[in-house]
Design a protein. Sequence first.
Length: 287
Amino acid sequence: MTQGALIGARFALMIDLALLMGLPLFWWVMGMAGRRGVVVALALGGMALSALWLFASVAAMTGMSITSPDWPTAVILLTMTPIGIVLAVRGGALLLALLCAAADRPRLAVVPAAVAAATLAWTGHAGATEDMAGTIHRMADVAHIWAAAGWIGALAVLCHAVLALRPTRVEMRCVAMMLSHFALMGTLIVATLVVSGAINAVMIVGWAQLPALTDSFYGWLLGAKLALFGVMLGLAGLNRWRLTPMLESGTPQRAIARLRLSLLVETSAAVGIIGLVAWLGTMDPMG
């Protein structure tokens, strides 16, 4: 029960921080105005979910209910472990994101949001790696987090645009332009995810232990994550080279329906990956 609460808190926090960074990033890349209310909601959500994650971590450590936390343990985590610094940095970054929204500059929230998202690297396996290897591991994990946030933010905007799309020339052209312009950004995101993901795998498990993953539950979950990533890659390619040209070629009804299905499945795969990451982060890779 307590482990499930911890996984759920990690999952919700990862989704929130990914959107908080990914949406302003996509707005900035596409030259879109952005939505102040969305940034405010996600920043406040990040604060609330960070507190929930702390209580869930305490509950998982002590075996007590998340609704009746062991306060001495919480104090120890905040004052005698890196968690206190992580939450302080994240809280300050989320406050800056709120100030960007208050100043009606929601796209500028991408900078503090990137800092807030990066703090996730210190609450998983990368945070436990020491010395120079730990620095490399955390750098790779931050790059992985930022790339994933960029993809998730783009999917959120594109899904909203396609679901609300009407078969008019102007709207179809706008959506087709967004999909086409995302191609370069998407290529950079995929390359970053592949390289940083490979570094993370080696850092967490080690070269010698990689074959042993096939016989572990952790390895099976990691395999499921990679399979979902493959699904996302395939659908992204389908959107770029088949469905976007179809949208521009004069067959809007079929293109819109297929784009909606493709983006919804791709987004579902992304949500599934984050769920698996939230679970994997609580496990011993060789346990």
